[in-house]
Design a protein around this ligand. Structure first.
Ligand code: UDP
Length: 314
């Protein structure tokens, strides 16, 4: 049996990952989550399986169980959630990473760290390649997330160099799809919810900032390829995301049209530290992981809108 641990297993990405992992009869999957932003209902289809275990646990506290592979996804990831208690966010990222690496060291397990495009901050290089060191404010309102994710990457490489721990790092760009929390404050959750309810669509700034959105199924496939289809010597970091770039204003118009909404577009002040542009260069992922996203923004949004409609009607 391949003993797999997913920290943050009840979150948006963590729960999709657990659902995919459990499909393999060789895996026993343990999901760890303190349920601060993760939700138990994300895991309901899995809890019936004898090869699935859930543990309510805060990764800031050490944990110990025999394990072969660890996906470290535990951390609030939407700006609204990670800015709620920035000091907790830093502790979760850094202490969670330390506890994960200690466990990997003890059981000679392989760790895949969920890092983020936020390590590039407000990037001056476009699109972003993995060898770009980024443009990150150490004191802004996003720093708790950006800097602690950078620190977590640094810890991975130090544990690899100092103790020989097998580590892999992926940098996840904006990802969306079913099971997103409607109230996470993210742009797609907000716009779709607002449009479906014919409420004003809230654009931050003039909406000229860009993002590149990856559909969740594509992201999960990339994550699995990184863990299972690359040599241990390939540590990354590797960007995972969809290079299809769009402005926030274009996104608002697209969602409004797709939902047939009568919402008006309203403009709110741009939050501090908000990156002007973001698009992954995924050449490395294509080469090393034989991976590229398959789902267009059009198709992914249709699926996501159908999910949000169902949830809102319940
Ligand atoms: N945004 C927006 N309206 C909203 C929520 C977000 O215009 O209701 C903007 C946000 O300021 C940012 C972009 O959409 O420029 C993406 O925001 P999100 O929180 O989804 O992720 P980020 O990439 O900023 O972490």
């Amino acid at each position: 049996m391949n003993r797999v641990l997913v920290t943050g297993g009840a979150g948006f990405l963590g729960s999709h990952l657990c659902a995919e992992l459990i499909k393999s009869p060789d895996n026993h999957v343990t999901a760890l989550d303190d349920l601060s932003t993760g939700r138990m209902e994300n895991l309901f289809p899995l809890t019936a399986s004898s090869r699935f275990t859930f543990m309510k646990w805060d990764v800031r506290k050490p944990f110990d169980q025999p394990v072969d592979q660890i996906y470290n996804a535990a951390c609030p990831a939407s700006p609204r959630a990670y800015q709620l208690s920035p000091t907790s966010t830093t502790k979760t990222c850094v202490m969670g990473m330390l506890n994960t690496l200690e466990l990997a060291k003890k059981y000679s397990a392989k760790v895949l760290q969920f890092s983020t495009s936020e390590v590039y901050g407000n990037p001056l290089l476009h699109p972003q390649k993995e060898d770009y060191f980024g443009n990150v404010s150490p004191i802004g309102i996003r720093s708790c997330y950006d800097e602690s994710k950078r620190c977590a990457e640094s810890l991975c490489f130090d544990y690899a160099r100092e103790f020989g721990v097998k580590v892999k790092i992926i940098r996840i760009f904006n990802t969306y799809g079913p099971r997103m929390d409607l109230a996470d404050g993210r742009v797609i959750s907000n716009f779709v919810t607002q449009a479906l309810q014919n409420k004003p669509i809230t654009i931050h700034g003039d909406g000229s900032q860009t993002r590149s959105f990856c559909y969740v199924d594509d992201m999960i496939q990339g994550i699995l390829n990184m863990m299972n289809k690359t040599e241990d010597s390939f540590q990354g970091p590797v960007n995972l995301g969809n290079p299809e770039e769009i402005t926030v204003l274009e996104l608002a118009r697209k969602i409004k049209e797709k939902t047939g909404s009568s919402s008006e577009l309203v403009y709110l002040p741009l939050p501090g530290d908000d990156p002007v542009q973001r698009r992954p260069d995924i050449s490395l992922a294509k080469e090393k992981l034989a991976w590229r996203p398959e789902t267009s923004l059009e198709d992914g949004l249709d699926k996501t809108i159908r999910y949000f409609k169902r949830i809102l009607s319940l």
